[in-house]
Structure formats: C-alpha cells, structure tokens
Design a protein around this ligand. Structure first.
Ligand code: FES
Length: 176
C-alpha cells in the first residue's frame, strides 16, 4: 500500500466520527492545502473559517493527510490563541490586548466587557457572545480596537462597547 493510500485510509478511518458537514469541511481544507508547502496552518485556518473552530475530530485526519503526528497538530492548535477548540457563540467579540491598545485603555475596556458579560473569556451561557483576546487588529491608530463578527471598531469606549453588546443580545433574543 502506497503512502497516499495509507493517508486516505487513515482519513476515512477517523472522519466518520465527524458529522457530514464537519467532515466535508475538513476534507476540503485538506484537499486545498495538503500538497502545498507548509500546509498545516492554512488547513487549520480553512477549517476554522468554515466551522468557527477546529474540532477535536479534525486532528487525526489532518495529521494522517500530512504524515505528521496528532501531537504535532494538537501542538499547533494549542499554541495559537487564534484557533478555537469549541464552537463559538452566535457573535464573536475580540478585544485587542496588544501594546498600542493597552496604552489607550484596552485593559479597562476588557475588564468592562468581562463585567458586563459575567465571564473572563469564553462564551456566555446563552450562547450569544464569545469574548476573546486578540493581539493587534491592525487598527492601532484607532485604539482601543475591537472586532465584532469580523467588523473592526476603533476608539471604543465602554459606552460604545455596551451598545455593541446590546445589539448582539438583541439579535439573540430575536432568534430565541
Ligand atoms: S495594538 Fe490594538 S489594533 Fe494594534
């Protein structure tokens, strides 16, 4: 049995544990990037872009496809804060914790977000909002900066953050 056949066998052996949508996303990410140089990070990004996180069940097929150990893949997923191990809430709020934003009050903004949402990091119990740290959004000139569902907001103060959070909660109530 050739190397490629072993890889495919290993993938099909493990992937059925994933639901069909998740399996398809993982397989697509592997197919897109596995033959390119340095494929692991692009595959993980692709999976997270598609699913919102990197499921545990994705580790084995990715490792098999790249002929690396599961520990190697786990190591990269764990090293980069960017990769989530669980599905995010309906909204993702990222507060920049890098230097320029800290100099402009990001710590206080983060503390305010934690107080309002009643948690440090993670997802609110109603699944409405995931709060995450992020290290520079490339918006340093307008710090402190936050990103909500992929949209940048600059010069955010607690009142403005409250309005963003209220809008997320409003959505959550409307869809509940
Ligand atoms: S340091 Fe926050 S956007 Fe760059």
């Amino acid at each position: 049995m050739g190397k490629r056949s072993r890889q495919i066998e290993a993938v099909t052996e493990v992937v059925p544990a994933l639901d069909p949508t998740t399996r398809a996303a993982v397989e697509e990410a592997i197919a897109l990037h596995a033959r390119r140089p340095g494929p692991l990070l692009p595959i993980l990004h692709e999976v997270q872009d598609a699913l919102g996180y990197v499921p545990e069940g994705a580790v084995a097929p990715i490792a098999a496809a790249l002929n690396v150990s599961r520990a190697d893949v786990h190591g990269v997923v764990s090293f980069y804060h960017h990769f989530r191990k669980r599905p995010p809430g309906r909204h993702v709020l990222q507060v920049c914790a890098a230097e320029a934003c800290q100099a402009m009050g990001a710590r206080a903004l983060q503390a305010h977000a934690e107080r309002v949402l009643g948690m440090r990091h993670g997802t609110t119990a109603d699944g409405a909002i995931t709060l995450e740290p992020v290290y520079c959004l490339g918006n340093c000139a307008l710090s402190p900066a936050v990103m909500l569902d992929g949209a940048l907001h600059g010069r955010v103060d607690p009142e403005r953050l409250d309005r963003l959070i209220d809008a997320c909660r409003g959505d959550a109530e409307a869809t509940a």
